[in-house]
Design a protein around this ligand. Structure first.
Ligand code: SF4
Ligand code: FE
Length: 498
């Protein structure tokens, strides 16, 4: 079913006590906490979209698992059109949220698990997929807000999980019971987690047989005993506590957090991978390709806001038609559309997997994310160039409301008389917040995997042997163009159906 935004907010308000900390204090009600309200709003936007006639087509999909309409954020992709709709939806929702939409990681997790649980069962005769489908039905029927947790704290980076001096540096099984397992460890940098209802946990890297205790995937409600969540800081984060809407920019923030699993019990029906170490790598790469695919949508959406703000500020200054400004704006457009195009292409070269779920093209989605590790920095730089130094020096909204300063600031902060000075301040604050925020820079660089992770994938997926043979043919070293040569076979290749 489809929930209304208010129903979602009620659900996260009335849950049993989840242990959440912000700035050293435990949070009672996430829906009322100024630090977390923007994320509540971001999630609410995803629920609202299903009821918005303009967005409904993108935001709602039909689920064959429950034979009902579902929110696309809980949908299993049934076609290439579904994959394209995901990218379009994220671009559109970024415009409403003005920050990270927060709900995508859980979405990518359910799609990856749909594929991988099926792969494991096929090889091992297990019943993970059946269990997973039961969980999926519960999620879809109740329109649950999901978070996904992959990144472990990782301890010593050069050591495998089982070699770590801290054995809990990666989430692992510490006890096996008749009714389930007990897990321990911590996940880092988890997007939007405290306003979700369920956390889906996945391994973060390839594993060897010795790491089998770490090769686990499961789902737990946020308020499960033993879970502690510590919300991270972000640049400008205390502006959320300010009362005026100009400096506090309602909504245009998000959060990431550390989740500590302090001996948490997970019943068997919520365990989707148990010591299946050979499948840790396929799960990581299938999930990562999905999440990298998402970035071409959400980051191009944020780039639209930055372009719009820079354009408006140029107009306010009376320089929008100057050649050098136009050039910079067009460059920003090029960078934005290139990120988007790569994700759209990854959708249209998507493949149907053994489970029936459509997966994105991994090469194109890794290319999309690699562009996202670079282009937002350049888009931000260009927007700062256009906006001018005022971006770093503008007075506060409180000064603007000060009875003595107001008339003076209205006079001296204005450029073209057609635009009130307050509009300039609003634009400056918006641009500053989005173009310097975690979600447009650091998250673009490291979210869904740091740049090196995409380069490893691109290097693996490209067929260098074939390229060499083509060159040899044209250099007349070999007589014939080679038949298609497959790259190194990846564990999931055999699962591709069409
Ligand atoms: Fe979604 Fe983008 Fe936020 Fe990831 S960074 S959760 S893809 S909006
Ligand atoms: Fe992210």
């Amino acid at each position: 079913g489809l929930r209304k935004p208010e129903e979602y907010i009620q659900a996260i308000r009335h849950r049993k006590k989840a242990e959440i900390y912000v700035l050293g204090e435990q949070v009672e009600d996430v829906t009322k906490h100024p630090f977390l309200k923007p994320t509540v709003r971001a999630y609410a936007v995803t629920y609202e979209a299903a009821w918005d006639p303009a967005l409904r087509k993108l935001a709602v999909a039909y689920s064959p698992y429950i034979n009902e309409e579902v929110n696309r954020f809980n949908h299993i992709h049934q076609s290439r059109e579904d994959l394209e709709a995901k990218v379009k939806l994220l671009r559109a929702l970024s415009h409403k949220v003005g920050a990270c939409v927060q709900r995508c990681v859980g979405w990518d997790a359910i799609n990856a698990l749909h594929i991988v649980t099926h792969m494991i069962d096929k090889k091992k005769g297990s019943d993970y997929h059946k269990r997973f489908i039961e969980f999926l039905k519960y999620v879809q029927k109740n329109d649950i807000a999901l978070a996904g947790a992959m990144t472990d704290v990782k301890g010593v980076r050069s050591l495998r999980p089982h070699q770590q001096p801290n054995p809990d540096a990666y989430v692992r099984v510490v006890e096996v019971r008749d009714d389930g397992i007990v897990v321990r460890g911590a996940k880092m940098s988890i997007t939007g987690v405290v306003t979700s209802e369920e956390i889906i946990v996945m391994p973060t890297r390839a594993m060897t047989e010795k790491d089998e205790a770490y090769a686990i995937s499961f789902a737990v409600p946020l308020d499960t005993e033993g879970i502690k969540i510590i919300v991270g800081r972000q640049v400008n984060d205390c502006r959320r506590f300010e009362e005026n809407e100009i400096d506090s920019l309602p909504g245009a923030f998000n959060h990431e957090a550390m989740i500590i699993f302090d001996d948490v019990f997970v019943p068997w029906e919520r365990v989707f991978m148990f010591k299946e170490w050979e499948f840790a790598y396929p799960l990581v790469e299938i999930f990562s390709s999905y999440h990298r695919h998402a970035y071409g949508g959400c980051k191009s959406g944020l780039a639209d806001i930055i372009i719009g703000a820079a354009y408006n500020l140029a107009k306010q200054m009376g320089i929008a038609d100057k050649h050098h400004i136009r050039e910079k704006l067009v460059e920003m457009v090029f960078l934005t559309e290139a990120m988007y195009a790569a994700s759209i292409a990854a959708s249209w070269r998507g493949r149907k997997m053994g489970s029936g779920c459509y997966w994105v093209d991994p090469m194109f989605s890794n290319v999309a994310k690699q562009l996202v590790t670079r282009f937002p920095y350049e888009i931000a730089r260009l927007s700062h160039d256009i906006a001018g130094g005022v971006l770093g020096t503008a007075p506060s909204a409180k000064d603007f409301m000060h009875p003595k300063l107001k008339p003076l600031l209205e006079k001296y902060f204005q450029c073209l008389p057609d635009y009130p000075a307050e509009h300039r301040l609003r634009m400056v604050r918006l641009l500053e917040n989005i173009s310097l925020g975690v979600m447009f820079l650091i998250e673009s660089l490291h979210g869904a995997g740091s740049p090196a992770a995409q380069r490893i994938m691109m290097g693996r997926l490209y067929d260098f042997e074939k390229a060499e043979k083509i060159a040899k043919y044209l250099a007349r070293i070999e007589k014939e163009l080679p038949e298609e040569i497959r790259g190194k076979p990846e564990p999931w290749r055999s699962d591709i159906e069409e």
